[in-house]
Design a protein. Structure first.
Length: 242
């Protein structure tokens, strides 16, 4: 049954870190939450966590790198919950399958791979989600991005060009649609997201790296959503720790 009395946030690439924090933060404001990730293996746990916080949610399995699946899952969300007011796109760390190649050694294929796994899917998501927002003259699009899109970070090598491309895509999109009532913004992340899968992996390996609280990032995103006057927020504990 479609609801018209509340707003809907779709979290694409939902995970235990920032994705769930975005779901909780917007859910606290009365949003219905749609969680989308490649498999439903953890969905029941996510829904239970949100229900314990009084947040109504549904979950969907879809590969957000497949444009056909993106269009289909967004249509299902609209049918189940109503028009999508806000979308958060959180790519999985430039795809866990993308190996970091030092930029001086990277050939075109190494640089191309992150574009194909992160940047082009972001464009496909926008192509599917933006038209109804423009038609209504309202809506918001958030994207998770990396600090290497803003500052030179040689250790991220072949991932950095795609990070920069995603950041500039979002900033340019924000400028292009702001007069039409749609808000777009990037959350530029410089540090390990606590509770996230990558943070857990590093912790299990005994590594100690600077971390960021995803709840604080999501709270900033909520205030950005309300103010709609900044297209980027930077969360950088890497430079501070250097």
């Amino acid at each position: 049954m479609t609801s018209t009395s509340r707003k809907v946030i779709a979290v694409l690439g939902a995970g235990p870190g920032l994705g769930m924090s975005m779901a909780r933060r917007f859910g606290r404001e009365g949003f219905a939450v749609a969680l989308v990730s490649r498999t439903d293996a953890r969905h029941a746990g996510y829904r239970a966590e949100l229900a314990a916080d009084g947040v109504d949610s549904r979950s969907y399995a879809a590969d957000v790198t497949d444009p056909d699946q993106v269009r289909a899952v967004l249509a299902r969300i609209v049918a189940d919950l109503g028009e999508i007011d806000t979308m958060y796109y959180g790519p999985a760390a430039m795809n866990a399958g993308s190996a970091v190649v030092p930029l001086a050694d990277a050939d075109a294929a190494a640089v191309r791979a992150p574009f194909e796994s992160v940047v082009l899917p972001a464009v496909d998501v926008v192509t599917a989600a933006l038209p109804p927002m423009l038609e209504r003259g309202d809506g918001a699009l958030f994207f998770g991005g990396g600090l290497s899109g803003l500052r030179p970070m040689p250790m991220l090598g072949s991932l950095a060009p795609a990070s920069a491309a995603l950041r500039m895509y979002v900033l340019t999109l924000a400028a292009a649609v702001q007069e039409q009532g749609v808000y777009a913004a990037t959350l530029t992340i410089g540090g390990l997201i606590e509770r996230g899968d990558i943070h857990r992996m590093f912790t299990e390996q005994g590594a100690s790296l600077p971390t960021l609280d995803p709840d604080e990032i999501a709270d900033t995103a909520w205030h950005m959503y309300l103010a709609r006057d900044e297209a980027e927020a930077v969360f950088d504990v890497i430079t501070a720790a250097a």
